[in-house]
Every structure is written in C-alpha cells, then in structure tokens.
Ligand binder design. Structure first.
Ligand code: S3P
Length: 418
C-alpha cells in the first residue's frame, strides 16, 4: 500500500459541531464535516428542532438559534444507527420547554439508554422510555433542571456530553467525574463557543445556566478512528508506506497509535498543529514486524472504537496479545467482542473470547473467507483490513454499513493499493 490521503472528517467532532452550532447565536460555518449516515442523523434532528442547516460539498452552514431558540418537533426524531446522536440529544431534549421523542434503528434500539436517563432524571428531567427508560424510543417533557455532581459508572463521552448539555440549562454547578478520561471534544467545543468549563484530571465543572456565544468557523480534522483502519492495513501489508494527512490527534483518541507503536509499528506523527481547540497531525506509516502486547486499563477508553482493528493487527503480531477491561465493546453498534472473535476465527485466526476482551495468538497467515459485518461499520472495515493480508478472496456480507462513519472507505483503500 502506498500513497497519500486524508480520510473524511471526525465523526465525534462533526456531531458536536452540528449540535453546538445549532445552540450558538447566528452563523456557524463548518469545514471538513463528515457527511455520513450517523452525522446526518444529528443534522436532520437539529433541523426538526427548527434550526436551518445547509449541507454543501465544502461547508456546512448552521444558522444557530441560541440556547433557547429550538422549537417543538412535529414528529419523532430518528437517530438511525447513531448512539452519539441519541445520547447527546437526550441531554438536550430533557432541558427544552416542549414535548419531543427520539428513536433509532434496530441496533440502536437494543443499546442501553439508562446510563443517560438515570443522571438526567436526578437533575429533574421527565423522560419516559421502553423497558422502564432503558431503551429507545424515549419521550421527553422539558422541565427545569437542577445541577448535580455525577460520577460516571462507565467511562463514556456520550454520557458526559449529555449531562454537560443538560448542565447548560440547570441552575448551579454541574460536575461530571470520570473513572477514566474520555474524549473531550464537547468540553473543547463548548469553550470554543464561549462557555466557561473548568477541567482537571478527573472532573469537568460548569456553572449553569449558561448560553453559547456567537457562532464561529469550525474546522474539523480527519477522523483518527477511520485512519486507524488504513494504519493497520499499511503496517501488516509488506512494502507499504502511506501518509495520512490532517488527522485529529486529540490525546484522548490516540490510544491505538500508542498501542501499535508499542507493538513496534513504524508510525510517525509529523507536522503537529492546532485548529479550533483540537490537535492535528499527519501520520506516516510503514510496514512493520509487529509484536504482541497487553491492552488494558486506562488506555481502553482512548482506543474503544479501534479495538476491532487492533485485534486484526494482533493476528499478525508475534506472540499472545491480551485485551481486557473492554466490556463496553459488548454494547456498541453490535457486541464487538463476539463479532470480531467469531469472524476472525473464520479466517483461521487463533482468537479467544473473554468476558471483557479477547486473547489473540498471532500467526503468519490468515486465509480469505466469507464473513459478515453484523451490521456494524467498524467490524466491516476491520474484516476488510484482515482480508487485505489474508491469502485468497474474502467476501464480507452486509458491508455497505461502512457509510455510517467512512463513506468512500473501499475507494480510499483501493487508491492506496500498489
Ligand atoms: C463517542 C463516544 C464513544 C465512542 C463512540 C463516539 C462520542 O462512545 O465509542 O463511537 O462521540 O462521544 P461511549 O460514550 O459509549 O463510550
């Protein structure tokens, strides 16, 4: 694999640009927006709440309504496959002075919502939902919220963000304590848009109520989660050298790079810079002889979306790789522990499922196979990368779901093939 490319914009930051841009006053212009199924779910949701959003090829223009300018939607909001849309909007809708409801696709409707409903209810939110508020659809009747101090039982940026958005409307000091640090794009963008947020190594505090200031230009870097598939492809395929440009390297997102470097992956970050409160760099990757490693503890939230493709890298690493403390993988778009262990085993990988992770014994070769994505974009892409190095043909059923986060994935990969 050889060449240069910039993957599409960061999914997490794109969601936040749409949602927070809608709450700012006046025009926010977004560059580098990821136009994928997930982020379009957030955009359509905000449009349903009365915010004019214009999505063009190069830019997205959001005519923000200010914190108190949203209006009651005339229909159910559909978050599609997007957990980020559903969870962050649950925080926002709880605080609005109108009735609203939200649902999602067959996968999202099985995922836990109680992790956001519980703290929001403690803040005074009125939320009803299926399975006693544990699952979508949820319905909201806005009410006055009070600030709380909340210790997250699981490290989740979506839950943290939902509480912070509700905290914008709550009276008093909202504090979220994290068991392990998670991606902090919400805090960074809130600050960028004029909200006072206080942060230390374990918690985030915000005095409410507070309003976002004027809209601004937001530049979104390429998504490091999407880049990770290409990084692993270049590492495991011989004679590769690729340069992935303009990638977001927020320290809460670079766990996979740290791990792959520890596995002796030849990865360099060049040309480090900053834009709109986020770090950016270019990533140079060369084929490498990988060695096994242990992945556990604090690095897990920083790598959570990349673990399926890290597992693929481990299949080609010398020795036994252990991944633990990653039970959160079971409540992603699908049960990613079960999905990746089942599907990689079909390639002949020596991989064993654990309750909270997996054990992988690397070997020289995998064999191409027929496998399935389980309807999960990151499983589809991880299996594709395994297929690039496996002997013979690989066929992945249900692979169109890559468009949830990386439209053009197959074309980008083909363009790097030499
Ligand atoms: C995300 C947070 C993570 C991550 C997801 C995106 C976000 O989920 O897995 O893909 O944008 O806040 P959790 O908050 O459930 O850990």
């Amino acid at each position: 694999m050889r060449g240069e490319l910039a993957p599409p914009g960061d999914k997490s930051i794109s969601h936040r640009a749409i949602i927070l841009g809608s709450l700012a006053q006046g025009l926010t212009t977004v560059r580098g927006f990821l136009s994928s199924e997930d982020t379009l779910s957030s955009a359509k949701a905000m449009m349903k709440l009365g915010v004019p959003i214009e999505i063009n090829k190069e830019t997205v223009k959001i005519r923000g309504k200010g914190s108190y300018g949203l209006s009651e939607p005339d229909d159910i909001i559909d978050a599609g496959n997007s957990g980020t849309t559903a969870r962050i909007l649950t925080g926002l809708l709880s605080s609005q002075n109108f009735f609203s409801s939200i649902t999602g696709d067959q996968y999202l409707r099985t995922r836990p919502m109680d992790r956001v409903v519980k703290p929001l209810t403690r803040m005074g939110a009125r939320i009803w939902g299926r399975d006693e508020g544990r699952r979508l659809p949820l319905a909201f009747l806005g009410s006055e919220l009070k600030a709380i101090k909340y210790s997250l039982p699981v490290a989740s940026a979506q839950v943290k963000s939902a509480i912070l958005l509700a905290g914008l409307y709550a009276v008093g000091e909202t504090e979220v304590v994290e068991p392990n640090p998670t991606r902090d794009h919400t805090e960074r963008m809130l600050s960028y848009l004029g909200v006072r947020v206080e942060r230390n190594s374990v918690s985030i505090k915000m005095e409410g109520p507070q309003q976002l200031k004027e809209g601004r230009e937001i530049s979104i870097p390429a998504d490091i989660s999407s880049a990770s598939f290409l990084i692993v492809a270049a590492l495991i395929n011989p004679n590769s050298e690729i340069l992935i440009k303009n990638v977001g390297i927020n320290p809460q997102r670079t766990g996979a790079i740290e791990i792959l470097k520890k596995m002796e992956g030849n990865i360099e970050i060049l040309n480090k810079r900053e834009a709109c409160g986020e770090e950016i760099g270019d990533i140079l990757v060369r084929s490498s002889t990988l060695i096994a490693t242990e992945i556990k503890g604090e690095i897990i939230p920083k790598t959570i979306d990349e673990l399926p493709v890290v597992a693929v890298a481990a299949c080609f690493a010398d020795g036994e790789t252990l991944i633990k403390d990653a039970e959160e993988l079971r409540v992603k778009e699908t049960d990613r522990i079960k999905a990746i262990t089942t599907e990689l085993a079909k390639f002949g990988a020596d991989i064993e499922e654990l309750d909270d992770g997996m054990i992988i014994n690397g070997r020289e070769n995998l064999k191409g196979t027929k496998c399935t994505s389980w309807g999960d974009h990151r499983i589809a892409m991880a299996l594709t990368i395994a297929g690039t190095r496996a002997d013979g043909q690989t066929e992945i059923e249900d692979s169109e779901c890559v468009s949830v986060s990386f439209p053009g994935f197959f074309t980008s990969l083909n363009n790097l093939r030499k």
